[in-house]
Design a protein around this ligand. Structure first.
Ligand code: ZN
Length: 293
């Protein structure tokens, strides 16, 4: 009878498995390779050592786990010459990828991790050292557009994509002090915060699914107005932020507040209606956009 194996993962990292009735904990080395498996009484049942590019140096035990070399980060051993790493397949014996980097010539065609397999991993098969918990750190290496500035409100301010099967958001231009700030700041703090609300709405959208390899743009049901969800959240954020313009005593400052609110709403409603496909339908458009037309 075929048995089912279930894996417990946190942020894409395998912590334990349940193979039929047997539960094992994964003991990773600093790189994320499985050094040993421990049974439910914390006794070592299996152990592994590796050569730098993933060939197995020694192994003991009989648990048939495919998650060995960098296995706790999802590298999967298909057979002794093939290790599946999401976007590509690694050949440990040859110390290289079996297929060309889709980002070639910007990235090395077949080379693995800048010939530094001890210091770094490439859990996507695309970008060595890439960390899905810091989705902007290497966005350009993944082929994501990093946007340009120049318009009153920065163009292409952010995006949401699948990294290792999870939706992650990156604002192309960060505010100083942000943990993932590798970009110059956006032109405007209010704009920045509400774009963040927009991207978070995508990130939390239950209709968004990741492609089978867990990478790239999210997949939505046909005709689903996913940008309407994003811009609605962004517009709600502006409405909340500028709700007190009317209470400002100083006339000049009050007018400034209204003017800024107006231009942000104009921008976001315009994008929701005309800037995206499929456009937001009138029934879904935030009412403040309808009031303005
Ligand atoms: Zn969006």
């Amino acid at each position: 009878m075929p048995s089912v194996t279930r894996y417990l993962t946190v942020d894409g990292e395998i912590l334990s498995e349940k193979r039929g009735a047997a539960k094992s904990d994964y003991l990773p080395d600093p790189l994320g390779s499985t050094a040993a498996l421990l049974n439910s009484s914390q006794t070592k049942t299996d152990s592994y050592t590796y050569w730098p590019y993933g060939e197995e140096r020694t192994s003991s035990g009989s648990t048939p786990t495919p998650f060995r070399y960098v296995g706790t980060l999802g590298y999967r051993k298909d057979d002794s010459s093939r290790t599946y790493v999401r976007a590509r397949v690694l050949n440990p014996g040859r110390a290289r990828w079996m297929t060309m980097d889709p980002l070639w010539p910007r990235q090395s065609a077949y080379g693995y991790c800048y010939a530094d397999p001890i210091g770094a991993t490439d859990m996507l098969g695309l970008a060595c050292g890439y960390d899905c918990n810091k989705p902007c750190a290497n966005g350009a290496a993944l082929g994501a557009s990093t946007g340009t500035s120049g318009s009153y409100y920065d163009s292409l301010p952010g995006y949401t994509y699948c990294c290792d099967g999870r939706l992650v958001s990156c604002l192309n231009r960060k505010w100083p002090g942000d943990p993932d700030a590798d970009q110059p700041p956006m032109s405007d703090r209010d704009f920045y915060e509400c774009v963040l609300a927009h991207e978070n709405a995508h990130k939390n959208d239950p209709k968004a699914k990741c492609p089978p390899n867990g990478l790239g743009s999210p997949i939505y049901p046909p005709g689903y107005q996913f940008e309407c969800v994003g811009y609605s959240a962004e517009i709600a954020c502006y409405e909340k932020k500028f709700a007190n313009c009317g209470k400002i005593k100083n006339t000049v400052e009050r007018e400034k507040c209204y003017k800024k609110f107006d231009s942000l709403i104009e921008y976001a409603c315009g994008m929701a209606l005309r800037g995206v496909k499929p456009p937001c339908s009138y029934g879904q458009l935030p009412s403040i956009c309808l009031l303005r037309r």
